[in-house]
Design a protein around this ligand. Structure first.
Ligand SMILES: C[S@@+](CC[C@H](N)C(=O)[O-])C[C@H]1O[C@@H](n2cnc3c(N)ncnc32)[C@H](O)[C@@H]1O
Length: 339
């Protein structure tokens, strides 16, 4: 006999109510797995916390996958993904589409992104060479592709596309995604050696307000220069402030240089993401040793654009010749057959 309440066995088992039965069945039914490739959106999130999480997640993904010391590769993967936007807002989710790609398909897509942008802005894409050079010499090693693929997944799942893929430029230049990533990927010692401690975004925003003044102080055609540009964060804040004033950053001239080639590559990609327009001059240059660097950079830019024009002319001529040859074949074959 027991004196504890509620422990006496029930003599006749009663049938369970239907809803309890249903809940039990639901609990044991195997749940559909969330696809590993499903895009997690960061809509309505604070851009600065998204940037911070993204930097952390991409860094962890790259080093956990044993990506190695070439940090320009994962930063370049994020930069390339920043350069694309959904073709149709109501169409399929761009993140889902990207996440379904194999490492090899992703590499092919990255090549495509850089090539398409090279056609439009060869001056900037040439400056971003550290980001795409690894794709330009045949097929990269499978382990490198795997690590790049992991980095891409981490970036997309941290909400990258919700900012950089936004149709409104005020969202795109609201955050410098690459700055935090560069800082995170570099060791403290490396950062101290290069003096690479980028100004926090809120401080850049405040400086833009104080230094640029009001709309009447800003005349289209004015030039802005950061001689130690880092990833270009100061220019981002200036461009965003201009937009708030109803001005278009593309009507101004932007000069950015840095001695660090990865920082220069970030400036180049960011100039596209932030819509700084056609008058952007970027170069790897030591401001102390070469204060006149813009003269060299402008000459290089003219040569890069001329090279692009020649390449496209040649490609179009070749395509025209092929079309003409096909037409000629279609016209001449029947005659040859009847001859
Ligand atoms: C403190 S960070 C500032 C970056 C950016 N202006 C910002 O406010 O976020 C300094 C940057 O200057 C660059 N730098 C250091 N010495 C330089 C030099 N002699 N010429 C050009 N850039 C330099 C570093 O590589 C680094 O990216």
């Amino acid at each position: 006999m027991t004196l504890l309440p509620g422990t006496a066995p029930i003599a006749v088992p009663r049938p369970l109510p239907a809803w309890v039965q249903a809940a039990r069945e639901e609990a044991v039914r195997p749940q559909p797995k969330i696809r590993s490739g499903q895009h997690r959106r960061a809509l309505f999130a604070d851009p600065h916390s998204v940037a911070r999480d993204l930097a952390e997640n991409v860094t962890t993904a790259w080093f956990s996958a044993r990506g190695g010391s070439e940090i320009a590769i994962p930063i370049g993967v994020v930069a390339a993904l920043s350069l694309i936007a959904p073709a149709d807002d109501k169409g399929p989710d761009l993140g889902d589409q990207l996440l379904s790609k194999t490492p090899e398909e992703l590499a092919e897509l990255l090549r495509h992104i850089w090539s398409m942008h090279w056609i439009r802005r060869p001056d900037l894409i040439e400056r971003a060479l550290p980001f795409h050079d690894w794709l330009n010499h045949g097929d990269p090693a499978p382990d490198l592709l795997h690590a790049a693929h992991e980095a891409a997944h981490a970036a997309i799942n941290s909400g990258l596309l919700d900012f950089t893929g936004h149709a409104d430029p005020i969202f795109r230049d609201g955050v410098d995604i690459l700055a935090g990533l560069v800082m995170n990927m570099r060791s403290k010692a490396q950062r101290a050696g290069n003096g690479e401690f980028y100004t926090p975004e809120v401080a850049c925003d405040l400086m833009a307000r104080v230094l640029l003044g009001t709309q009447t102080d800003l005349t289209p055609g004015m030039s802005f220069h950061d001689p130690a540009a880092g990833s270009g964060g100061m220019m981002r804040a200036a461009a965003q402030y201009m937009r708030e004033l109803g001005l278009n950053p593309a009507d101004f001239h932007w000069y950015m240089n840095d001695i660090d080639p990865i920082a220069v590559a970030c400036c180049a990609a960011n100039a596209i993401v932030w819509g700084l327009g056609p008058n952007v001059v970027i170069a790897k240059a030591d401001s102390l040793a070469e204060p006149e660097w813009p003269t060299r950079a402008l000459a290089e830019r003219a040569e890069i654009i001329a090279h692009r024009d020649r390449t496209l002319d040649q490609a179009m001529t070749e395509a025209a010749w092929r079309r003409a040859a096909r037409l000629l074949d279609q016209l001449t074959q029947p005659l040859e057959r009847t001859a």
